[in-house]
Design a binder for this molecule. Structure first.
Ligand SMILES: Nc1ncnc2c1ncn2[C@@H]1O[C@H](COP(=O)(O)OP(=O)(O)OP(=O)(O)O)[C@@H](O)[C@H]1O
Ligand SMILES: [Mg+2]
Length: 319
């Protein structure tokens, strides 16, 4: 992705060349994100793509090896960690449960951790339980909660200090379809209250309906960023075609022919192969082949290559 030029101070989450190198190509590489206030950003990528790494950097749990991150204009640095904690509500992918406590005691414990005054705690706890449709669980033992209930209480905990930004790592993982719908409704309600929300998933359809923006990450690199429609268009517009011709000379002739056709970009030939990008519709691809054949070029193989983005898009959309 190209560098963006947005003013960091107008954005709730902003990163610039954010990198965490774990060696061997693993980690996160040159991430540029710009999430305005009040939006839901879906961070999509297969297992090991670097979603949790990004989230941990944003929550001051990992230091980047390069680049910078900002939350509400404040740079994520150790000296700002306390302030960032006040702005951000973070729900990790696996949060510890404190089995020998009731839901009320669990939330009260975290109120103390967030220095919420004793007098205000009861109303805060009731309000976050209401927001997550879990008020009826107030006296349940944490150990007795189902996965869906645990996720709701985890989200309630994240809301205790009324953060402006919510960063939720795989909030819908392990939930049944009904619990997933409820989680989505709760997240949409929180956005309608003005909160900025970043949530990760390795499945796009799980999130597509509620996200204002999505980013597709693979092997630590952001392959696409924008609205669901924009990203879908990027996938469709990025058609890569490769043609194998009978001879090196035929590939040179083929290059000359396709160069005159509308929508053909960056034609390059190597030996008897020709590669180019086609910015037209997929349904027009057969016309390209016809143009070559009409010019007497002997084509051995003609095919559309999947782009990296398309491969990842297929893997995250075909669950
Ligand atoms: N502390 C660490 N030390 C070394 N390598 C790490 C560390 N944390 C993450 N990695 C590596 O960085 C890559 C990205 O991991 P990350 O957990 O961010 O992926 P993810 O997108 O959250 O995946 P998942 O969908 O499985 O949660 C992986 O290859 C992982 O092995
Ligand atoms: Mg993860």
């Amino acid at each position: 992705m190209e560098n963006h030029t947005d003013d960091p101070s107008s954005l709730m989450i902003y990163t610039e060349n954010l990198t965490r190198d774990f060696g061997g190509g693993r980690g996160l590489h040159g991430l540029n994100l710009a999430i305005p206030q009040g939006k839901i950003f879906g961070y999509i990528g297969p297992n090991g793509a670097g979603k949790t790494t990004t989230i941990k950097i944003l929550c001051s749990l990992y230091r980047p090896t390069e680049g910078r991150a900002f939350i509400n204009g404040l740079e994520v640095l150790p000296q700002n960690a306390a302030k960032i904690k006040q702005i951000v509500g973070y729900m990790p992918d696996n949060f510890g449960v404190y089995d020998q406590m009731s839901v009320w005691e669990y939330l009260d414990f975290f109120c103390a951790a967030y220095h919420i005054p004793t007098k205000k705690r009861e109303s805060r706890i009731r309000s976050v339980l209401q927001l997550t449709n879990s008020l009826h669980m107030i006296d349940y033992q944490v150990a007795s909660l189902s996965k869906g209930m645990t996720q709701r209480i985890g989200l309630a905990k994240t809301l205790l200090h009324d953060p402006q930004v919510l960063i939720l790592d795989e909030p819908a993982s392990g939930l049944d379809p009904l619990a997933r719908i409820e989680m989505r409704q709760t997240i949409a309600r929180l956005r309608d209250m003005g909160k900025t929300i970043m949530l990760s998933s390795h499945i796009l359809p799980e999130l597509a309906g509620i996200c204002d923006l999505i980013g597709i990450l693979e092997k630590g690199r952001l392959l696409a960023f924008g609205s669901v429609d924009e990203v879908t268009r990027q996938v469709q517009e990025n058609l890569k075609i490769s043609v194998v011709c009978e001879s090196d000379e035929a590939a040179g002739d083929a290059k000359a022919v396709v160069s005159t056709l509308p929508g053909v970009q960056m034609p390059e030939n190597h030996a008897n192969e020709l590669h180019f990008v086609f910015a037209g519709a997929r349904s027009d691809i057969p016309d390209l082949l016809r143009a070559l054949l009409e010019q007497g070029i002997r084509v051995v193989e003609f095919k559309e290559d999947q782009t990296d983005l398309e491969q990842v898009f297929l893997s995250v959309t075909h669950h």
